[in-house]
Write a protein that binds this ligand. Structure first.
Ligand SMILES: C[S@@+](CC[C@H](N)C(=O)[O-])C[C@H]1O[C@@H](n2cnc3c(N)ncnc32)[C@H](O)[C@@H]1O
Length: 240
């Protein structure tokens, strides 16, 4: 659950003197300067999971192209679902794809799993400190490393076996569906559980992914995530 959030407004954004009058040296915001400020804005989101306060730093919150430095709704509901104990995670070997700001991998680690969180190389600068700050003292210290889907998979230092391959909100760009599926396949064996939670946004595109996914994997169960109706789904699957 989010327990508060440092939203975009702060006292420094208000160009007024103590008496409420505009000061001569006050900054006058224009539409352009506000957009620019929003683009570069960082903020912290606070959560409480597994009895711990978690602080997730998001960056470039107003930049529509900065996908991996923002926290997406699926991450929060997926984390709640994992926290409910639906999947045994204690001492399990887990790899997360497209971890973004890290919430799901962090909660998985707090639940006792041995987790590797991955994302594109240029997302790691934000992911790594989020993971370090929020997983102090866990039984299996998590690892963070770059992994671009479908690229140089053979040079990725994969473990002999993963109990789970997980991902939150990875289905939004049809250009990378093939690479994503290849990567899941590469990391999975007959005993791996694949958990993909995603926000259903564009029916044709979502269906295209599901067709590609079910060609390669057997969907064991389609879970509804708490309070999301049909908007956010969690697919539990295995290799065929
Ligand atoms: C919508 S975000 C979801 C982030 C996070 N899992 C969450 O739910 O908050 C999608 C994530 O996939 C990552 N991603 C996109 N394309 C990728 C690729 N080709 N290889 C690896 N990661 C990728 C992005 O960097 C981003 O972190």
């Amino acid at each position: 659950m989010p327990t508060g959030n440092d939203d975009t407004a702060s006292s420094e954004d208000t160009p007024k003197g103590a008496d409420g009058e505009m000061r001569e040296d006050a900054v006058v915001w224009t539409r352009e300067s506000i957009y620019e400020m929003m683009r570069n804005r960082s903020r912290d989101q606070n959560f409480r999971f597994v009895g711990r306060d978690i602080v997730i730093t998001e960056r470039n919150v107003g930049d529509m192209t900065a996908i991996g430095t923002k926290l997406w709704t699926t991450a929060e509901v997926f984390s709640q679902y994992l926290e409910s104990g639906i999947f045994p995670l204690q001492d399990k070997k887990v790899i997360e794809l497209g971890s973004g700001t890290g919430l799901v991998g962090i909660v998985t680690s707090l639940l006792g799993a041995d987790v590797t969180l991955t994302d594109l190389p240029d997302i790691i600068y934000n992911l790594e400190p989020n993971v370090a700050i929020n997983t102090r003292g866990v039984k299996h210290p998590p690892t963070v490393c770059p992994l671009a889907w479908g690229v140089d998979l053979h040079s990725f230092p994969k473990a002999a076996h993963y109990d789970y391959v997980i991902g939150s909100d990875l289905v939004y760009d049809a250009d990378v569906f093939e690479g994503l599926i290849q990567t899941i396949k590469y990391l999975s064996d007959a005993d791996t559980t694949i958990l993909l939670g995603f926000h259903l946004r564009v029916p044709d595109r979502d269906l295209k992914f599901l067709n590609m996914f079910t060609n390669e994997f057997k969907v064991v169960k389609e879970h509804e995530l708490p309070n999301q109706g049909k908007a956010v789904r969690l697919y539990e699957a295995r290799t065929k």
